[in-house]
Write a protein that binds this ligand. Sequence first.
Ligand SMILES: [Fe+2]
Length: 307
Amino acid sequence: MSAPDTVDLTPLARPFDLDSDVAYRTWRSRKLAAAPLSAGELLVPIADGQDLSAMELDAMHGALARTNLVIYQLPGSRGADKVTIRQLGRQFGLERLDDNLCADEDSITSLTVVEKRSEGEYIPYTNKRLNWHTDGYYNPLDRQIRAVILHCVQPAAQGGENAFLDHEMAYIALRDRDPALIRALMAPDAMTIPANVQNGRQIRPEQSGPVFSVDRAGHLHMRYSARTRNVVWKDDAATRAAAEALLNLFRSDSPFILRHRLKSGQGVLTNNVLHCRTAFEDDAQRDQTRLLYRARYYDRVIDLRKQ
Ligand SMILES: [Fe+2]
């Protein structure tokens, strides 16, 4: 077998089709053989985020092919501005930022702790623990988040470690246990996010959809939140078993759960894999306040050199 970073895991067959066991077995064995067992294996130093070299692109696409995630490291202590993040994404075919179809740098969100504003406190702006999820699970199905860049300008004084689990690994864990679990999670009404209503005004309508779905190019997408509030699972035995199996996977000591605390100048580029975050503490007096830039895309990463 070729070296892991050159393995092409593009699903040429249909491994996510429950009726194609041979395709699944073939894809699965290659996927497991190439799987990284530490976040350090996915770290790629890059010199200029706006102009990646061929070697840097090779290394980053190699990591993404293995596990839908790469961690890059820019030189310098503070890393990059939003223009650099925007240009970095463009080199991976990431154009369409969430919330703004005429997208520009303004659609890249600065994540930092803000004072509690009102009833509807939005968790990513706090220092509390964030449970396992994929980004944008509450979005309409035609505006799902396929890729994310999360760039660390400055870490917290303490805590704020991320954990990542390739959603394809979660798929393997459940399908190996019982394909019925996957079938349940592919149902169009598997997981419903209730409408977000504040002060009598609907901010977001109810959104039902599958947890696992397959896009036109054959790539697996996952829409998921481990939150118990504001998530309604389909009320049948198979769906309940599948939701429980996912929670057990996160509680397990899976070697495929990769933990990493982003340093200044580091970021992750991911096909929106499962992730969570520990709580953190800022130290404003010493100017150690966590600041991350987050760009969410409707596009999935592509290798533009192969287009
Ligand atoms: Fe997230």
